[in-house]
Design a protein around this ligand. Structure first.
Ligand SMILES: Nc1ncnc2c1ncn2[C@@H]1O[C@H](COP(=O)(O)OP(=O)(O)OP(=O)(O)O)[C@@H](O)[C@H]1O
Ligand SMILES: O=c1[nH]c(=O)c2[nH+]cn([C@@H]3O[C@H](COP(=O)(O)O)[C@@H](O)[C@H]3O)c2[nH]1
Ligand SMILES: NC(=O)CC[C@H](N)C(=O)O
Ligand SMILES: [Mg+2]
Length: 518
């Protein structure tokens, strides 16, 4: 199936943003695969790409053991586009020079275009300056033979270079991030014009290919799908059901960390729309018991991740065994939990469904959405005909309210938080803001403050409100509510929720914050 589409191979050197390259290529309607550099030589032979993009990476090409692109790539006639580390290793491998440690550039920079190039066609003009995003400590200091300079920046004399005859292009900046405003168009020029890919790959094609992949992986085996009521697992379940029909059973776990009335809503909504067997597991005591006395965020996450698997194993037994566990894992869950190449990118937090999994698993994982971002999953959901009630829902993390009560959780704290969260979301819906906001929730802080209510002294918890805008959850901004709205929510929460006497609004973006508090 994938054989019929033009393909781009993305060689990963361990950058935090490699998947954004894949995403930009998908946006151009072209199929792409990200392959760790160790497997690139094999992928060139088996995948038969029309072009190759080399990603950035944390290492320095000036050190001996640093990764390289397969040398034979440069003898294949394939167009190559090197980004940052990708540029540096191209230079080193083709006879140029790279130096370390003199002129770092992190963040915004400007490049000046020196000559016309197919890479800039219709986007950048000669003699003009354009903003780009840089993140490097090394730089190319001598170009390989055949290369010319296309653009310069203050600290990178070779900000963009090319050997047009061989269709080798390389940039020091990162065109894949949104902070390089025309970067997506440069990637498009490489993919569509320089590599000549057709651009006929769509979410419809993804759907068909994903179904084929699921069938090939699962065969006649039985699959359990963790269903949370969130967008990702709903899309995964419907996709898998399309692929393998009644070999699939969904399992919804009520771990006692859900929002007010959520369990009934999820179960009713799913049963009303789909004829897919759904088991509703009551596991409140199990999870809340295990979390007693636990206050470290990573320990909480790993405890929850392990219990989820215990419950899935238990349910598998009840239906006579299952060979596979399906989850709605997305790319951001993966990149924050582990490095794509198994290389040196750092763990930010262990998402329960990736880094929080136990080391030994009885069932094999089926994760058809593992390389997509949330907004792409929503497009796929619409493609699959999912009702808006699923597609438009704000994300809700698997560990649920456990990571919204920093420190140790108790049933009492969870009850207080549920009430505050429900009021906050009701006000957001009433104000018509739900769809404008990417995710909104309340957090119950482990801090008590003094207040005065009805002439009496109070000494109660602080509640923090969080609302963010985002496209893919990788970066986010706080939502700029008007003060009247925030005042109304705060008054209602303090008046209606016993146990909270103060409300604050979190105005941290991501980065440097993350969306959740733990
Ligand atoms: N309460 C639950 N019961 C069963 N499975 C769950 C539950 N919570 C999470 N999961 C599993 O963990 C996966 C990851 O959770 P995550 O919150 O990232 O996705 P989601 O809930 O499907 O979508 P969303 O991000 O919109 O909340 C889910 O896709 C699902 O497979
Ligand atoms: O299923 C999940 N399991 C987890 O362990 C987890 N941790 C964070 N999230 C959700 O991921 C998005 C990004 O969150 P952060 O900025 O807090 O890392 C936000 O949408 C978070 O709600 C999780 N989802
Ligand atoms: N973002 C990158 O690819 C960085 C490449 C290399 N580690 C440097 O610092 O220059
Ligand atoms: Mg969820």
């Amino acid at each position: 199936m994938t054989q019929t589409h033009d393909k781009i191979l993305i060689v990963d050197f361990g950058s935090q943003v490699t998947q954004l390259i894949a995403r930009r290529v998908r946006e151009d309607g072209v199929y792409s695969e990200v392959v760790p550099f160790q497997k690139a030589a094999e992928a060139i032979r088996t995948m038969k790409p029309r072009g190759v993009i080399l990603s950035g990476g944390p290492e320095s090409v000036t050190t001996d053991a640093s990764p390289r692109a397969p040398q034979e790539l440069f003898d294949t006639d394939l167009p190559v586009f090197g980004i940052c580390y990708g540029q540096q290793t191209m230079a080193a491998q083709l006879g140029g020079e790279v130096e370390s440690g003199h002129h770092s550039e992190f963040g915004r920079a400007e490049v000046e275009v020196l000559t016309e190039s197919p890479l800039f066609q219709g986007v950048w003009q000669v003699g003009k300056k354009y903003p780009v995003w840089m993140s490097h400590g090394d730089r190319v200091t001598r170009l390989p033979e055949g290369f010319e300079v296309l653009a310069i920046s203050e600290n990178a004399p070779f900000a963009a270079v090319a050997d047009e005859a061989r269709k080798f292009y390389a940039v020091q900046f990162h065109p894949e991030v949104v902070h390089t405003p025309q970067g997506a168009q440069l990637i498009r020029n490489f993919v569509r014009d320089i590599a000549g890919c057709k651009g006929d790959w769509t979410m419809k094609a993804f759907r068909e290919e994903a179904i084929e992949r699921i069938r090939a992986q699962v065969g006649t085996g039985r699959v359990i799908c963790g269903l949370s009521g969130g967008v990702d697992s709903a899309v995964a379940a419907v996709l898998i059901h399309e692929a393998i029909g009644d070999q699939l059973t969904c399992v919804f776990v009520d771990h006692g960390l859900l929002r007010a009335a959520e369990a009934e809503q999820v179960v009713t909504l799913f049963r009303d729309h789909y004829n897919i067997p759904l088991v509703h597991v009551q596991a409140q005591d199990l999870f809340i018991g295990a979390l007693e006395g636990v206050s470290d965020p990573e320990v909480k996450r790993k405890t929850i991740g392990k219990l989820f698997i215990d419950v899935f194993d238990e349910e598998a037994k009840k239906i006579g065994g299952a060979d596979f566990l399906a989850q709605g894992t997305l790319y951001p869950d993966v990149i924050e939990s582990v490095s794509f190449t198994g290389g040196p990118s750092v763990t930010i937090k262990s998402h329960h469904n990736v880094g929080g999994l136990p080391e030994r698993m009885k069932m094999k994982l089926v994760e058809p959405l593992r390389e997509l971002f949330k907004d792409e999953v929503r497009v796929l959901g619409r493609e699959l005909g999912l009702p808006d009630a699923f597609v438009g829902r704000h994300p809700f993390p698997g560990p649920g309210l456990a990571i919204r009560v920093p420190g140790e959780i108790t049933r009492e704290k969870l009850d207080i938080l549920r009430k505050a969260d429900a009021i906050y979301l009701e006000e957001i819906r009433n104000a018509g803001l739900y769809d404008e906001i990417w995710q909104a929730f309340a957090v119950l802080l482990p801090v008590k403050t003094v207040g005065v209510m009805g002439d009496a002294r109070t000494y109660d918890h602080v509640c923090a409100l969080r609302a963010v805008t985002s496209i893919d959850g990788m970066t986010a901004d706080f939502y700029p509510f008007d003060m009247k709205f925030l005042g109304r929510v705060a008054t209602r929460i303090i008046n209606e929720v016993k146990g909270i006497n103060r409300v604050t609004y979190d105005i941290t973006s991501k980065p440097p914050g993350t969306i959740e508090w733990e």
